[in-house]
Design a protein. Structure first.
Length: 171
């Protein structure tokens, strides 16, 4: 058995591609349009797996866009997609800077959650736990239990310019 892809239906293809590609950092590796079926399939991969995904057709995220309007509810019922990331703080800061709410910030330096434009939960997992905690940072708007609150998120710019992989972060 071999994992191939996860398919999610999206209601706005442009907004979804903006989120998954421009903000989260995935890359488009294939696209199929069906006039007869009135849908578009867009296949995305993590940048480090894009070349392999083009050849093997896996692992992929398939965005299915039906041309005729439909309302999709229950994104939370889907569960979540998970991606291993090089620097969870840098990515969360970049997402926040692009208007994405960090639903669960990386308080432990290991895991964070965000949502796609269609309400799909995205889990971000730190690949290597060797980030050094910095005292400087900025506030990150988060949404937890329906209430907005502010938590400290270490600034990606500070992290990117001043840590080495051998140093650790403990939050």
């Amino acid at each position: 058995m071999e994992y191939l892809h996860t398919m999610i239906r999206v209601s706005d293809l442009d907004a979804s591609l903006d989120f998954y590609c421009n903000k989260l950092g995935l890359v488009e590796v294939n696209r199929k349009e069906s006039e007869r079926g009135r849908f578009t399939l867009v296949f995305l991969a993590a940048p480090s797996q894009a070349e392999a995904a083009k050849e093997t057709k896996s692992p992929l995220l398939e965005l299915t866009y039906n041309w005729d309007p439909e309302e999709y509810t229950g994104g939370r019922n889907f569960g979540h997609l998970a991606f291993a990331v090089e620097n969870i703080y840098e990515l969360c800061a970049r997402l926040q800077d692009n208007g994405i709410v960090i639903n669960r910030p990386p308080r432990d330096g290991h895991m964070a959650f965000v949502r796609s434009p269609d309400g799909i939960s995205i889990e971000l997992l730190q690949k290597v736990m060797h980030l050094k905690r910095k005292s400087l940072g900025h506030q990150c708007k988060t949404k937890a239990n329906g209430n907005k609150r502010f938590l400290l998120l270490v600034s990606a710019k500070i992290l990117a310019s001043s840590f080495s992989r051998s140093e650790e972060i403990k939050l």
